[in-house]
Write a protein that binds this ligand. Structure first.
Ligand code: FA5
Length: 349
């Protein structure tokens, strides 16, 4: 074949391609493509014949052949679009177009979950196991068995959300106001010695501000055995705080009242920000101490309500606000930041 013959064949291929393309519909387009541009297609074979020409001819003819291939491929694509042959049939397609694109944004644990896990870790090292309790609670477990008489003003300390449903004792169900009911539920099911921590959401009808919310998180801890005293409580909390905040952390107890403990205390940790030295510290307000939790020796009436002899068994309990710990560990001054779900903030924590 001479170069002139090859050019003539190329021209014929172009003419037959373009005139046949106009008549091809979407059903025939794949076959059409194979006929001209497939591995053994007319244009492909013609380009393959170039190998028999001397190098100078091959260069010139090759340029013509490639230009035609580009032109015909573009014409084919245009025809595909025109006839709808290139469109994906969404119903038959095996691709799920609703899936998020790559890369998938990876989620992470919420700071409150991370802090609760750290607290769990600390207490597990001290031999505590984990228990859970329901969020919708009975008056008996939330108040009565915890030594709150039904008309006792101490109930006002925890403004309660009630549910319009009665429990088995005919009282309104409520959203638990603290995690302390887990003490009762656990002790009624498990004989002492018992050493348990339990974290979860609690609810109070309170106005929201930088350090209060109507739904927040607490961690309850309690230990019931023989001869458990305030000294055991102090040692346990001190070991836990040093583990969490570093060995220089100190704790202080000041007297406080909760009906389910006697004696009761508010426990504060030495300010981890100013280490007690800064009169202008915005976190401890210059006092050197940050209040973290309520605690005490479990009241004999509570031990009795759980079915045990308070002469034989004694225990300590504490209840901590997890948000307070998160604020300290992350250096946050307003706990609403933990609830607003602003990813720019959550990603920094
Ligand atoms: C109690 O809830 C007791 N059940 C704690 C307790 C358990 C005492 C066992 C003795 C023995 P109090 O109401 O103080 O106590 O709450 C405990 C902690 O929860 C507080 O120190 C504070 O950190 C946190 N807290 C209380 N109210 C709120 C609120 N509205 N928003 C956020 N955190 C709160």
């Amino acid at each position: 074949m001479t170069p002139e013959d090859w050019k003539a064949k190329l021209s014929l291929t172009r003419d037959s391609f373009l005139s046949a393309l106009i008549k091809t519909d979407s059903a025939g387009i794949a076959e059409f493509e194979t006929k001209y541009l497939g591995r053994k297609g007319e244009l492909t074979l013609l380009l393959r014949d170039l190998k028999d020409f001397p190098i100078e001819d091959r260069k010139a003819l090759g340029a013509l052949g490639n230009a035609l291939k580009t032109e015909l491929s573009a014409a084919l694509d245009a025809r595909k679009t025109e006839t709808g042959a290139g469109a994906v049939n969404l119903e038959k397609s095996k691709f799920d177009l609703t899936l998020a694109g790559y890369p998938f944004p990876r989620g992470g644990l919420h700071p409150l979950t991370i802090v609760a896990d750290k607290m769990y870790d600390g207490f597990q090292k001290l031999g505590f196991s984990i228990a859970e309790g329901p969020l919708i609670e009975e008056d008996y477990f939330n108040f009565e068995a915890l030594n709150f008489a039904s008309d006792h003003p101490a109930r006002d300390m925890q403004d309660t959300f009630y549910v319009d449903l009665k429990d088995s004792r005919g009282k309104d169900l409520l959203l638990r106001t603290h995690t302390s009911p887990v003490q009762i539920r656990t002790l009624k099911n498990q004989e002492p010695p018992v050493r348990v921590v339990s974290a979860g959401r609690v609810f109070r009808s309170e106005a929201v501000d930088a350090s209060h919310s109507f739904a927040f998180h607490q961690m309850e801890g309690f230990y019931v055995d023989k001869n458990v005293s305030m000294a055991d409580l102090k040692w346990t909390l001190e070991a836990f705080m040093k583990d969490l905040f570093g060995s220089s952390a100190k704790i202080s107890f000041s007297p406080s009242f909760f009906p389910f403990v006697e004696p009761g205390a508010q426990v504060a940790v030495s300010c981890v920000f100013c280490k007690g030295s800064g009169a202008a510290c915005p976190v401890c307000k210059g006092t050197g101490w940050i209040e973290l939790l309520g605690a005490g020796v479990i009241h004999p009436n509570v031990i009795k309500a759980c079915g045990y002899d308070p002469e034989k068994w004694s225990g300590f309990a504490f209840g901590a606000g997890i948000e307070r710990f998160a604020m300290l560990l992350y250096g946050i001054s307003d706990m609403r930041m933990l609830y607003e779900n602003d990813l720019r903030i959550l990603k920094q924590l």
